[in-house]
Design a protein around this ligand. Sequence first.
Ligand SMILES: Nc1ncnc2c1ncn2[C@@H]1O[C@H](COP(=O)(O)OP(=O)(O)OP(=O)(O)O)[C@@H](O)[C@H]1O
Ligand SMILES: O=P(O)(O)OC[C@@]1(O)O[C@H](CO)[C@@H](O)[C@@H]1O
Length: 307
Amino acid sequence: MIYTVTLNPALDYFVELEQVNLGAVNRAMTDHKAPGGKGINVSKVLKRLGHQSEAFGFIGGFTGKYLREVIEQDGIATKFIEVTGDTRINVKIKGQEESEINGVSPRIKPEHLEQLRNQMSELKKGDILVLAGSVPATIPFDIYEALCREALEREVEVFIDSSGEPLSHVLQARPTFIKPNHHELGELFSTNIANPEEAVPYIEKLIGQGIKYVLVSFAGDGALLGTKDQLLFANTPKGKVKNSVGAGDSVVAGFIAAKNEKMALADAFRFAVATGSATAFSTTFAERAIVEELMKEIDIKDWRKGE
Ligand SMILES: Nc1ncnc2c1ncn2[C@@H]1O[C@H](COP(=O)(O)OP(=O)(O)OP(=O)(O)O)[C@@H](O)[C@H]1O
Ligand SMILES: O=P(O)(O)OC[C@@]1(O)O[C@H](CO)[C@@H](O)[C@@H]1O
């Protein structure tokens, strides 16, 4: 079974404007809302790709109630833990450029965290655990490291999509898979990474530390996937970006779906990148038929041989 954990879910509120004028009243042309948070998005995309998962995490208040209702209506099983405050609202603004204002998590008490750890103790060999998104300020930032160690001991595969301190700490536990974008990879090593060439030594370092899959995305400029034996590069398909929110989460979902379907590594990588682009090219999330179309535009090259 696939389990996603979103410690900091959100009600994502999307608004579209011609352009944003700071210091003025801005009126949206369109708006819509949706349950969000990186683990929840992974569950949503997995469902669209034909895979079941169960969503865990903390929700609260009227926004939390909305999240639970919509996610369950979408046919995704949930085991959320209820907290007292309201789940945050994250504002996603599409003007000339995309801007985001992510809200503040409600307080998570130690007993809530204990409850989550008890839930996680039921995972078993062969399960997949996705730990994704930011860690609320009221939770120790090394929580992913602790959850990851416990899961790996049970022979559960652990997929991480996070950044900053939670990501740098969890690396010490050697998760199965990480997917930083190139900025996040640079942040990990206190450097700037502008292109795939510059990313390669850092990917090799992470693989050397025992991480099985390191997938680094460069938005519309391709992606690299490193393993112990291979270093692959994928171009990204061409298209009009309508919404990049959740594109990274879609790459993670695509890779998990493909591995579940026993695709070979290069095909799984192609499927993952196509899923990211299918989300970027839609106003919501990837559809499987579009993913399969976009796959035809992606060539996988052996980076070291250049072919
Ligand atoms: N301009 C683009 N053209 C095609 N695909 C894109 C584009 N931008 C993003 N994508 C798709 O989205 C994936 C993730 O993009 P990116 O490298 O920006 O990661 P991220 O920062 O984690 O994403 P997110 O926008 O979810 O935070 C890419 O690998 C690609 O599949
Ligand atoms: O604040 P975090 O946890 O880092 O990211 C949260 C978030 O921006 O990530 C998702 C897209 O990846 C959105 O659904 C959500 O609002």
